[in-house]
Design a protein around this ligand. Sequence first.
Ligand code: C2E
Ligand code: MG
Ligand code: MG
Ligand code: MG
Length: 286
Amino acid sequence: EAKHNSRGSLHFFDSQLEQAVSERMRIERELRAGIAAGQLRLHYQPQVTMQEGRHLAVVGAEALVRWQHPRQGLIAPGRFIALAEETGLIAALGRWVLQTACKQLAVWKGRPAFADLVLAVNVSAAQFLEPGFTQQVLELLASTCAPPGRLKLELTESLLVQNAEAVIATMSALQAHGVQFSLDDFGTGYSSLAYLKRLPLQQLKIDQGFVRDLETDGNDATIARSIAALARGLGLTVIAEGVETAGQRDLLAAMGCTTYQGYYYSRPLALQDFEAWCLRQAGVAA
Ligand code: C2E
Ligand code: MG
Ligand code: MG
Ligand code: MG
């Protein structure tokens, strides 16, 4: 009887594992086909700053990828980016995102209300460390006629653990053409401060994990304040992500944070909604 039970549960485990593996393979197959079939979408989340008299100014946007699945609807990146990284699909996905962002920057270049916006694009470590990455970005900028100074690449600290010299070389090569860099999710990874000072960066991005409980958690407030001070000391700008309340924004402002992104201002929006949102902001108080 006991033997039967243990065999039974092993069997159960097997079939669960089997199911998970085949589910993964299904998503991989559908994502591969979906990229080729044009099912990826970019949404744009505003990045804003407060000017004199609490006047709100849109300084740019973060481009966030979504997958318009034929049966499941719009799928968030949390459900497919890691899989794309593990299967190598991130190369094709990342290229599509960069190309789409560059095309958009080229369109905005000709529209005064949008010409100064900086578009931030997330780049995975695997994608950034590919041998031809610098060339790919420069070719996409050239072929789309996008202004390189309006493109900002968001990197994460995980990248820095691996290949210090290669990362600095690639960043420097792109920065020489005007491309900017921001360090995403800052404070959640492993970057050494000694290393940070050598990176050709423009911006630190305070992770939303430190912003969420800012108003009630003194430790989070201390960390956010320290990141803002570190950025200032290194001559970098600092942006907070995940800003959901005026209270969070006010605390961040008092800490010396100058730029904000989060649901308090806007969720990530489809292109037309983002453009309409920007046009409505002129003259709106923060
Ligand atoms: P991330 O780069 O840290 O992007 C910020 C995430 O926080 C986005 O989730 C955004 O929608 C969400 N967010 C923004 N404001 C708020 C807020 O006020 N409250 C809360 N709770 N969340 C907020 P999303 O779009 O689901 O993206 C998740 C992650 O997927 C991104 O985190 C990024 O790491 C990755 N990702 C997105 N697009 C791309 C891409 O094109 N390429 C790569 N490699 N990764 C991407
Ligand atoms: Mg990001
Ligand atoms: Mg982030
Ligand atoms: Mg994050």
